[in-house]
Design a protein around this ligand. Structure first.
Ligand SMILES: *[C@@H]1O[C@H](CO)[C@@H](O)[C@H](O)[C@H]1NC(C)=O
Length: 117
């Protein structure tokens, strides 16, 4: 009969976790959030490294907006990020999150991640 030592069990546990996360993340999105891969998938044409901060802020708005609705309204997040944040849903999200006083700052961020400055 085969016995498993602690090392083997640990390895199996790690493998299960990795597999679980992989299947969870691959429903809609090819890339992990807040990464260069996601930036490119959203068709952002700006420089990722130079605009990481701006991207993080915009990306976070879409997470928070989705949180207002919760599961299963995942399309809210997708719509908010569509065309690298150049869409009506994003503007509505800013309003719904009561962040309109920062609207110009966000518009500048959108210009930067879309290489318009
Ligand atoms: C990115 O651009 C492609 C080609 O124009 C388009 O099909 C796709 O929907 C766009 N994706 C996003 C998230 O804007």
């Amino acid at each position: 009969m085969m016995t498993f030592n602690n090392g083997w069990q640990l390895l199996m546990m790690i493998a299960s976790i990795v597999l679980l996360q992989a299947s969870y993340g691959h429903g809609h999105r090819k890339y992990q959030p807040y990464t260069y891969g996601e930036f490119k998938t959203l068709n952002c044409t700006g420089d990722f490294d130079g605009n990481k901060g701006a991207f993080k802020v915009l990306r976070h708005i879409c997470d928070e907006c989705y949180n207002l609705y919760g599961y299963p309204y995942t399309h809210i997040k997708e719509e908010c990020m569509d065309d690298c944040f150049q869409n009506k849903r994003f503007k509505n999200c800013v309003a719904e999150l009561k962040m309109e006083e920062k609207r110009h700052e966000f518009e500048n961020h959108v210009d930067f991640v879309n290489n318009r400055f």
